[in-house]
Design a binder for this molecule. Structure first.
Ligand SMILES: NC(=O)c1ccc[n+]([C@@H]2O[C@H](COP(=O)([O-])OP(=O)(O)OC[C@H]3O[C@@H](n4cnc5c(N)ncnc54)[C@H](OP(=O)(O)O)[C@@H]3O)[C@@H](O)[C@H]2O)c1
Length: 259
């Protein structure tokens, strides 16, 4: 059996234990898996999404295992709600060490179908939501002179294909914003990471509103998608580095995914 000292030394060596980590889009998929993974490594997780009942169930699960978690209903298209989420973390736990700007949707369709509502929502959640997360966390992190902002892009942020022009544009924007942020936050010693996953099994294909496109994407995910824990481990890898190491970008795919 490990002694308390050994257990503490192990937890400290991860550079995750005790950190206050805000996660948007924590009610399913990648955000939910990351909340579980990080809390199991000793992080305090502060969870935002619109489906508060799912967040509350996750908080109950985490606290039931001895972890520390807080949930707040958050729509990332509303800057004041994202600010309230981050402020809740700081008010309850005294600081915010990491924000994972993860909330997103992927309603693929060809441009000629003119799915303007889908375009608006995708831009509002995938780009503005990330910016609002940055805006909410930055003042706290500047004051702390410490912090880590992790944004979620996609393989689609590296390449565009048919049906995903708008999604790909939003995920490219996330990469560009992340790189600009990286350069700007040097004076405060902040770290920035952008993570670009390939196909990971989550509820994301459910955000496709065109039935024929949804069918193709559903088949692709059934064939290729890997477990959401793959993403959680990538997040943990970035956070767990020593403070003078800044993992700027991670791109990963299922081994069998070609494109
Ligand atoms: N899964 C993949 O293959 C994959 C690949 C590359 C990138 N990504 C990216 O990974 C991120 C997470 O997606 P996922 O795969 O985990 O999909 P998911 O299971 O559908 O989860 C999406 C999350 O975003 C939240 N969300 C959506 N709209 C929101 C809003 N307006 N305000 C707050 N939260 C909102 C959802 O919560 P509520 O509905 O409760 O609000 C949910 O928790 C997205 O940015 C996605 O683009 C995923």
């Amino acid at each position: 059996m490990q002694s308390t000292t050994q257990a503490t030394a192990h937890a400290d060596s991860t550079n995750i234990a005790g950190k206050v980590v805000v996660i948007t889009g924590a009610s399913s998929g990648l955000g939910e898996a990351t909340a579980r993974h990080l809390s199991a490594t000793g992080a305090i997780v502060v969870l935002g999404a619109r489906r508060i009942e799912r967040l509350e169930a996750l908080v109950a699960e985490i606290t039931g295992k001895g972890g520390n978690a807080l949930a707040l209903a958050t729509d990332v298209t509303d800057a004041s709600q994202v600010q309230a989420l981050v402020d809740a973390a700081v008010n309850r736990y005294g600081r915010v060490d990491v924000i994972l700007n993860n909330a997103g949707l992927m309603p693929h369709s060809p441009l000629e179908r003119r799915k303007i509502e889908d375009w608006d929502r995708t831009i509002d959640v995938n780009i503005k939501g990330v910016l609002y997360g940055i805006a909410a966390a930055l003042p706290h992190m500047q004051r702390q002179k410490a912090g880590h902002i992790i944004n979620v892009s996609s393989v689609a942020g590296h390449k565009v294909g048919v049906n995903n022009a708008v999604y790909s544009a939003t995920k490219t924007a996330v990469r560009v914003i992340s790189e600009g942020l990286r350069q700007e936050v040097k004076p405060w010693n902040l770290r920035t990471t952008v993570i670009s996953p390939g196909a990971v099994a989550t509820e994301l294909p459910g955000s496709v509103t065109e039935p024929d496109i949804a069918q193709g994407i559903g088949q692709f995910y059934e064939q290729y998608a890997i477990s959401a824990d793959s993403f959680a481990r990538a997040v943990a890898f970035a956070i767990s580095q020593p403070d003078d190491v800044d993992i700027n970008e991670i791109l990963f795919r299922p081994t069998r995914q070609e494109g």
